[in-house]
Design a protein around this ligand. Structure first.
Ligand code: PMP
Length: 423
């Protein structure tokens, strides 16, 4: 029973593991964009297991691939030849532009970013890394140093040589939507806080945990030039934004017309199976050639089979196009809602990667934290499971399975409308 699960969890799970809702929800089944609790009640999933169940819960084709591979071979590590890892490396890197053709497989986003940072430092011989305020790149010791959000930080030493540049947030940032202006400030930061040479710059292309915050127009081309002039490499964290979620591009960085030197991925890449990847150029990958580096579960055949099935399903079901369509419709509907609810300060995002920020006053933009929590909880009671986050805790995050339909959008907007009206 739910009570027994709560009791066991309290007694035996580390208390760091938190509940998404004040009144916890128990989920026992999932089917595509829907989740079901222990009573059989259906919810529309707007958060996809934190942007991870990309093609849908228990998608039949992913399930089939995983089950078939599980029955053949589950694990040996990469010390033997196996078809799955080699073929997936080819299929995955075929999706990337330029010289981004060499993959290393890990199990999570934190691991991928740890490795990307290590590669950048080995390749450049420099140490300093630039990241952004409001960033989230993981919670390993190294990636916690990249965090730009107090909520997730522990008071222990971390982040040596990491520098947080201004966040090019079009809604709240000091230079509005002027991307190059933020890059000019980053130039000052590099001069002020580093020896003038850096190892690299790591960034999300839409800040995910930070509340689906896009980067100001023209930011990445200017920032990339600056970083490369300072001897560094550019690392795009596509853990949330990759695989077509933004609708207008397969990779988030393509929305600003840049090509990174290293791309990290996790979450949606495996539709829920533990899988992450670091993809880079042969030249940068070569820094590990003379070393032993090893990851026990990285490249395991079951996760590889899931990853391959996800790539196929995204293409076959044209899920990138669906993200553009359903996401565009969602943004339109949310902007209509904004006209009727003064509390909605900002509606933003791309494709099915959308943020809604609630404010007490549109002029001062004072975060409406309590109201956000109330609406969040009420939407759940009405059958919609949202995400929540942002630096100020006042943003809804709508990042559903990529198969959301127009009807799902209509339902979600109607629920939000009702919950906001009840405030
Ligand atoms: N990068 C981004 C952009 C993320 O959103 C996350 C997880 N929220 C991570 C990295 C870390 O991934 P993981 O939790 O798999 O370590």
């Amino acid at each position: 029973s739910k009570e027994e699960v709560l009791r066991l969890r309290k007694a035996h799970l580390n208390p760091a593991i938190f509940h998404h809702f004040k009144k916890p929800v128990m989920i026992v089944d999932g089917k595509m964009q829907y989740l079901f609790d222990e009573t059989g009640r259906r919810y529309l999933d707007a958060f996809a297991g934190i942007v991870t169940v990309s093609v849908g819960h228990c998608h039949p084709e992913v399930n089939k691939a995983v089950i078939e591979q599980t029955q053949r071979l589950q694990h040996t590590t990469t010390i033997y030849l196996n078809d799955q890892v080699a073929e997936y490396a080819k299929e995955l890197t075929d999706k990337l532009p330029g010289d981004l053709k060499v993959a290393y497989f890990v199990n999570s986003g934190s691991e991928a970013n740890d490795m990307a940072m290590m590669m950048a430092r080995l390749y450049t011989g420099a140490h300093d890394i630039v990241t952004l305020r409001n960033a989230y790149h993981g919670l390993s010791e190294a990636t916690m140093g990249l965090l730009g959000q107090h909520t997730w930080k522990y008071p222990v030493p971390q982040g040596f040589g990491v520098h947080h540049a201004l966040n090019p947030n079009p809604y709240r940032g000091v230079f509005g939507n002027d991307g190059p202006a933020y890059a000019r400030d980053m130039e000052d930061l590099i001069k002020a806080a580093t020896p003038g040479r850096v190892a690299g710059f790591i960034h999300e292309t839409i800040q995910g945990v930070g509340g689906a915050v896009p980067l100001a127009d023209g930011y990445l081309p200017a920032a990339y030039k600056l970083i490369r002039d300072a001897g560094g490499v550019c690392i795009a964290d596509e853990v949330q934004t990759g695989f077509g979620r933004t609708g207008s591009a397969y990779w988030g960085f393509q929305n600003q017309g840049v090509i990174p030197d290293i791309v990290t991925m996790a979450k949606g890449i495996g539709n829920g199976l533990p899988l992450g990847a670091v993809v880079t150029t042969p030249e940068i990958a070569a820094v590990l050639a003379q070393r032993l580096h090893f990851n026990t579960f990285g490249g395991n055949p079951v996760s590889m089979a899931a990853g391959r099935a996800v790539l196929r399903v995204i293409d076959q079901e044209q899920l990138q196009g669906n993200c553009a369509q359903a996401g565009g419709y969602l943004l339109d509907r949310l902007r209509q809602l904004q006209e009727r609810h003064d509390i909605i300060g900002d509606v933003r995002g791309k494709g099915l990667m959308v943020g809604v920020e609630l404010v007490k006053d549109r002029q001062t933009k004072e975060p409406a934290v309590q109201e956000t929590a109330t609406v969040f909880e009420r939407c759940k009671d009405l059958g919609l499971l949202l995400g929540k986050g942002g630096l100020h805790g006042n943003a809804f995050r709508i990042k559903p399975p990529m198969c959301w339909t127009k009807d799902d959008v209509n339902f979600a907007v109607a629920v939000l409308d009702q919950a906001l009206s009840e405030l």
